[in-house]
Design a protein around this ligand. Structure first.
Ligand SMILES: *[C@@H]1O[C@H](CO)[C@@H](O)[C@H](O)[C@H]1NC(C)=O
Length: 198
């Protein structure tokens, strides 16, 4: 770990201690950018959410070149079929998009770029209720994760645990301290603090 990374980690931990149970912001996939999964991590968007215990009020952060990608929040059905033709529930295309997990239930995202979703650039997150329990998945939710007849590229299909929660997975990446930094302001604060610590 570089000195800067160590300092950032220390700063992030300090902030979390100071902030108490404040909301966290997580960078989607822990990749350089929201994009087609790299060949080395074809299941990155399927595995990434399993590594995090999301809380109501947390936020997820999509970072990408706005000329090359976008984020669509879609219905379970559009997620399942990678449908780009229907109007999305929400479109984010500024390249630096924060989605706030303010409503319990399952939220679905796909890339707005043609074919990207079919190549695995699709993500769902279970947002828990304030008490930490999960909303029971609807039949639409279950259908969204069913394998597509004819077969999609490996790694797109997913299984839903009975209680709607995800279990830890062998290939899920451990959370990094950086991701527990609360809010954009705190990211700046953490960066500033880490410079002081250097
Ligand atoms: C999430 O919350 C932040 C801070 O309140 C706000 O700036 C941002 O627009 C919100 N994102 C969405 C997609 O509503």
């Amino acid at each position: 770990m570089s000195a800067l990374a160590s300092a950032l980690a220390v700063a992030a931990v300090l902030l979390v201690l100071v902030d108490g149970g404040a909301c966290a912001m997580y960078k989607v996939g822990d990749l350089d950018a929201w994009g087609i999964p790299p060949a080395s991590k074809p299941d990155v968007y399927k595995n990434w959410p399993k590594s995090i215990k999301f809380k109501l009020g947390d936020a997820i952060w999509f970072l990408y070149p706005p000329t090359q990608d976008s984020v669509l929040q879609v219905t379970p059905d559009a997620f399942h079929t990678c449908d780009l033709s229907s109007t999305p529930l929400l479109k984010l295309d500024d390249g630096n998009s924060v989605f706030n997990l303010t409503k319990p239930g399952r939220v679905y995202f796909i890339s707005g770029e043609s074919k990207h979703c079919l190549k695995g650039q699709k993500l769902w997150v279970d947002v828990p209720k304030a008490d930490g329990t999960h909303v029971q998945p609807s039949s639409d939710d279950l259908a969204a994760l069913a394998p597509t007849p004819g077969g999609l590229p490996a790694g797109i299909e997913s299984e839903a645990p009975p209680d709607g929660a995800r279990s830890a997975d062998d290939d899920a990446q451990p959370s990094t301290a950086f991701r527990t930094v609360a809010g954009v302001g705190s990211v700046v604060a953490a960066a500033t603090l880490s410079l002081l610590l250097l």
